[in-house]
Design a protein around this ligand. Structure first.
Ligand SMILES: [Fe+2]
Length: 424
């Protein structure tokens, strides 16, 4: 039976089924949790959870709380609780969710090295795509080196490199998109605790996932409007073509080839080329599919206006119920935030600003550079504020909260002025 209780009534041995917050506002991926240590209770308090529902069939009731210290904590329960109740019944994966996410280097320091790594990747991808177009073989050495430099950057600071993916070059779509998908995949892969070897395969596969598009006739590739069935069938072959390119290249792992081959497979089984379902899809390809979809949706294309980053994030959340591994999709949202870096937002104070830093524990509470006092008045000097700041000392309420994302053009805000410059 579900019973609503106050946080003060929560004791060891109870099973929490639901909280009074969306998972977006706290770092616990799912709401069900067996309380096995006092630290669990303290963490819930830290996130201002005040009311919750316990399941008395699965754990202790309010009147039956133990007087003693309770059962020994089992570290696996935490991982299993986090992974088990996925909406599509996905099996728990060997994902190291305990991977520490401490940043070794602050964002503003890492951003310069991140730009160098991004530029190197652009150069390598440009060359590789050119060679594929010309029917030449490709050499993996430079690509592996570029991927390793990106992995290094993400390990030093997970936000710097991914913040650079917000620049979308329309003219060079495939080449910029390839690097963006690589960066976003590596960022998610790191968050999921993949080891270095797996990250390398993921990075190479993601970087070259669309190389096969160079073999699709340009008239189809760049056609404005809807493709005919025949054209779409040809377009779909690009995954196979990409895998063939990698197959002919020395030093490429099977996992990297799987990313190229399977990046359009969908967790629910509706993708192509083979209609694979769930865990039959390689784990790295599941990751790349999310990164690919997000970057494509938020990029200007011949035939559609781009979604804003918050719209893209919302869509990824919706698709997590059908198309993606739901745990990976939720982690992706935690990586980028509900309001990714560069999003213009209006706060409940009427102030308008730009998200300049993501809070991975409280994704609705990033840091914001305030630019306008309200719709009509500019700030004399931009001010950075932290949305986790309380309304008053010891108050459980927050001083500022995001009310809505807004179009920066409507307020003549040049977002790039407030963010690190990108070298393309
Ligand atoms: Fe693709």
């Amino acid at each position: 039976m579900l019973k609503k209780i106050l946080i003060g009534e929560l004791t060891l041995g109870m099973v929490v089924e639901k909280m009074d917050r969306s998972w977006l506002e706290h770092p616990f991926l799912t709401n069900r949790k067996k309380i096995t240590t006092q630290a669990h209770i303290e963490r819930l308090r830290e996130y201002n959870i005040t009311e919750l529902y316990i399941n008395t069939d699965m754990g202790l009731d309010v009147d039956a709380g133990p007087d003693g210290p309770g059962p020994e904590p089992d570290p696996m329960i935490e991982v299993a609780d986090t992974l088990a109740p996925t909406p599509d019944g996905a099996s728990p994966l060997p994902v190291n969710l305990a991977a520490p996410l401490k940043e070794e280097i602050p964002f503003h320091v890492e951003i310069e090295a991140a730009k160098v790594a991004q530029k190197e990747a652009h150069t390598v991808v440009n060359e590789v795509l050119h060679n594929v177009r010309m029917g030449k073989s490709i050499e993996s050495g430079k690509a592996v080196k570029a991927v390793n430099h990106m992995i290094d950057s993400i390990f030093r600071n997970m936000d710097a490199l991914s913040s650079l993916t917000r620049i979308k070059g329309y003219d060079e779509y495939t080449f910029v998109h390839s690097v963006n998908v690589c960066v976003l995949s590596l960022t998610l892969g790191r968050q999921l605790g993949l080891d270095r070897e797996e990250l390398q395969s993921l990075g190479i596969g993601a970087m070259l996932h669309d190389a096969g598009k160079m073999k699709v006739p340009p008239a189809i590739l760049n056609k404005p409007g809807k493709l005919t069935d025949v054209e779409f069938a040809e377009m779909k072959k690009h995954a196979l073509y990409s895998a063939e390119v990698l197959e002919r290249t020395e030093g490429i792992t099977d996992e990297a080839k799987a990313v190229a081959m399977q990046h359009h497979e969908r967790f629910g089984g509706t993708g192509y080329p083979d209609g694979l379902k769930g865990e039959a899809i390689s784990r790295c390809a599941q990751i790349a599919a999310i990164a690919d979809t997000y970057d494509a949706m938020t990029t200007t294309r011949v035939y559609s206006r781009p979604m804003t980053p918050p719209e893209g994030i919302r869509r990824i959340f919706e698709l997590s119920k059908t198309d993606f591994n739901p745990v990976f999709a939720q982690r992706f949202i935690q990586c980028l935030g509900i309001y990714p870096i560069g999003t213009t937002v209006q706060l409940d104070t009427s102030e308008i600003g730009i998200v300049v830093s993501v809070n991975h524990d409280k994704v609705l509470r990033p840091k914001v550079m305030l630019v306008c006092k309200d719709e009509r008045r500019r700030m004399p000097v931009p001010i950075e504020v932290d949305l986790t700041d309380p309304a008053a000392p010891d108050s459980p309420k927050f001083r500022r909260t995001i009310a809505r994302p807004v179009d920066p053009a409507q307020f003549a805000i040049e977002v790039d002025l407030y963010l690190p410059k990108v070298a393309l």
